[in-house]
Design a protein around this ligand. Structure first.
Ligand SMILES: [Zn+2]
Length: 350
């Protein structure tokens, strides 16, 4: 499964505190793109598209409203649910196989991600015919199918397929292999990619890119900036080549050691080796939104060293930082709570 990221601009959104169910809808109109829905819902005076996801007839899945936000799709039931819209009018139409398959995968993925089992039709919670009498509800709500892959990262590590692209050409461009890209992106048939699809580059690179005399393609500018921050914060002499190699990994550990020394007086040697003393110093410490300390500085640098951008390195845990943490957690199978604790820090220094 692949989720296509969109660039829709939303008004004020509210963070959803609980996610215990998914609610399924149809668009009622036979044709509805992500932009169409966004425009229609803005015209309602809403902050933008009210659903979190759109499943189109061709089986492509688009992100609409950010997943963390309260939706606007089922009055009275928005505060604890994910809203999924299926393109089409299933009062009269029947659902194409590709769309049904994609819907099953998306629903299975959302259930697994948030750990709930409850899936409802819009008509279950409001007086409406939505999503239509022909909507294959039981199949989509209960069917677990295929391989479910996490949402690809959105920041600097992905490539959006353009017209005329092949996976072979993209692999060549990023100095990796078709197999590695397919694996990282959850693609089952490398000959079937489509315009607008997100290809995950990060984690796909199998061979380190040799530095060429002119041009540094294949290096990640976020990692490079992170290396410069890590050098200044905890590891003088660290090179900034934009490639996450053994020295960069060592730098990440040093950055965390430095922060624990400053915030907690841990007295650790900046040796870049994660030993018992470092483990004990980290303990159950967490950092979260609103905090300002060196552990936040470390978090921001560690995210960059993994290719995640969080609006700079300032030691202040703001919205950009929380967004990056959530994205990182989602991409790495961690609990998505936007709080950096033991598991998140340990994953970041791996
Ligand atoms: Zn509906």
């Amino acid at each position: 499964m692949n989720i296509i990221e969109t660039n829709l601009n939303f008004g004020n959104l509210t963070k959803r505190s609980r996610t215990v169910r998914a609610i399924l809808h149809h668009s009622a109109g036979s044709k509805a793109s992500a932009e169409d829905i966004h425009r229609w819902h803005l015209a309602n005076g809403w902050a933008g598209a009210g659903y979190h996801f759109l499943v189109r007839k061709d089986g492509s899945v688009y992100r609409l409203r950010p997943e963390w936000a309260v939706g606007a799709h089922a009055s009275g039931s928005n505060s604890d649910s994910i809203g999924i819209c299926f393109e089409g009018n299933f009062m009269t139409e029947s659902m194409p196989t590709a769309q049904k398959q994609a819907g099953k995968e998306l629903v299975a993925w959302v259930k697994k991600k948030y750990g709930f089992t409850k899936v409802q039709a819009h008509r279950d919670v409001q007086a409406t015919g939505c999503p239509g009498t022909n909507f294959p509800f039981a199949e989509i709500a209960n069917g677990s199918t295929g391989t479910v892959t996490p949402t690809p990262p959105t920041s600097g590590n992905t490539y959006t397929v353009q017209k005329g692209d092949t996976l072979t050409a993209i692999a060549k461009k990023y100095n990796t292999t078709v197999d590695a890209l397919a694996k990282a992106s959850g693609i089952t048939d490398p000959n079937k990619i489509h315009v607008g699809q997100t290809i995950v580059i990060k984690g796909a690179a199998e061979k380190p890119k040799p530095t060429k005399p002119n041009g540094n393609t294949g290096t990640n500018p976020i990692i490079r900036d992170g290396q410069i921050h890590a050098r200044n914060f905890a590891m003088p002499g660290l090179g900034a080549d934009g490639i996450r190699g053994p020295r960069t990994k060592e730098a990440g550990i040093r950055v965390l050691q430095q922060a624990m020394n400053r915030d907690y007086g841990a007295g650790l040697a900046l040796d870049g080796i994660w030993g018992r003393k470092s483990e004990k110093a980290l303990g159950r410490h967490t950092v979260r939104r609103g905090e300002k300390q060196y552990m936040v500085t470390a978090l921001q640098i560690l995210l960059m060293l993994k290719g995640y951008y969080c609006n700079g390195v300032d030691g202040h845990f703001g919205a950009g930082c929380e967004k990056a943490v959530r994205q990182y957690q989602a991409d790495h199978g961690l609990t998505v709570d936007g709080i950096a604790g033991y598991n998140t820090f340990k994953s970041l220094i791996q």
